[in-house]
Ligand binder design. Structure first.
Ligand code: SF4
Length: 351
């Protein structure tokens, strides 16, 4: 996978673009004016590995809450602004680390210039966040959707550049996966600013995770994307979990355990699915990268279990426990989960 060249920029303590790891971000789902609830959710996000958190800033009170929220958290915060440039100015004054502006809904050049000037003084990047669902109706109405998205983003890029502002990041999101992929592919060759990649409004966790994995995964595999956000109708930690699973699947980031488990079939001589589900539940508390295998029989079991840090390869009502490629014992079906997790604990304790 050869990564597209992008100009790195800094959002608070986090570098996005260049050779930096692909950054995982999410968005709070609390009322930003409720400082305590928002701080609580940001801390949950930090704990589950979120590296940048975006907040909706729909009014003055929300913008002014950012100062208090920032005092209680360490993860960089991005203010999501629509329609009113004064909210962007207030968010900057409150110490926000990044802005997201939706092109087209702040139209006055003078207003954008004031935001760009203050953002530049504070070293705060602006994401030009185009969304297929909110393109201005009067913007190139006869052009195809993807072309309109790209043209609108590029128009805003040039506008900010004309104001001597270049701390720019761009996103071009749609619900439709092929359109999203095409839009990012087009813009990737037109400019070198970092790209925030995501499939917008992807839906409930199961189908949304799949849509996101397909769209984001294809782009990342083509080297396109510097930071990702998975958008799900779910708690934001679910978004972060899915984002890391996408990155782990492509070998781009490591976080938490990876569970290799066979689908089970007529050859299985223990209840593989129940064992795998139980192991998975217990592994959720672990943040160290560790590969764990749960395999149902001798067909592929020993090979996968050997390849994992810790694994079990089951036989008739029993399973062999593997650790770092060696069999270290055999236990009955009832003791499989406990024996496997004991070895996981020992391994992460040793490291
Ligand atoms: Fe079936 Fe064995 Fe393969 Fe599991 S490892 S799917 S039980 S053949």
């Amino acid at each position: 996978m050869k990564r597209r060249h992008s100009i790195p920029l800094r959002i608070g303590k986090i570098v996005v673009g260049g050779d930096a790891p692909i950054v995982v971000q999410s968005m709070t789902k609390t009322d930003t004016r409720d400082v305590s609830a928002t701080v609580n959710q940001i801390r949950q996000l930090e704990d589950c590995g979120c590296e940048i958190v975006r907040l909706a800033v729909p009014d003055i009170q929300a913008a002014e809450s950012i100062a208090a929220i920032k005092k209680s958290v360490s993860v960089p915060l991005v203010a999501d602004i629509h329609f009113d440039y004064r909210l962007a100015l207030l968010a900057l004054q409150a110490g926000v680390d990044g802005l997201r502006l939706n092109p087209g809904n702040i139209k006055e050049r003078e207003q954008i210039a004031r935001v760009a000037k203050l953002a530049k003084e504070r070293g705060v990047p602006i994401r030009i966040g185009v969304n297929a669902g909110s393109l201005p109706a009067d913007f190139q109405p006869d052009a195809p959707l993807v072309q309109r998205m790209v043209n609108l983003a590029m128009e805003q890029v040039r506008l900010l550049e004309s104001m001597d502002f270049n701390l720019i990041k761009v996103s071009l999101k749609a619900f439709d996966v092929p359109s999203t992929i095409q839009a990012y592919q087009m813009i990737a060759s037109e400019m070198s600013y970092p790209l925030h990649v995501g499939i917008t409004e992807a839906g409930l966790p199961r189908s949304g995770a799949i849509r996101s994995a397909v769209g984001i995964g294809i782009l990342l595999h083509q080297g396109i994307g510097d930071t990702i956000r998975v958008s799900l109708s779910a708690h934001p930690c679910e978004e972060v979990f899915v984002a890391y699973e996408i990155l782990k699947s492509l070998g781009l980031r490591q976080r938490g355990p990876t569970l290799v488990s066979c689908p089970s079939c007529g050859r299985a001589e223990v209840d593989v699915i129940t064992v795998a589900e139980e192991v998975n539940k217990r592994l959720k508390k672990i943040s160290k990268p560790i590969k764990v295998a749960v395999m149902g029989c001798i067909v592929n079991g020993p090979g996968e279990a050997k390849d994992a840090d810790v694994g079990i390869a089951c036989g008739k009502g029993r399973g062999a426990i593997f650790k770092k490629g060696k069999v270290i014992g055999t236990v009955g079906e009832d003791a499989l989960v406990a024996a496997l997790l004991k070895e996981v604990e020992a391994l992460i304790g040793d490291e």
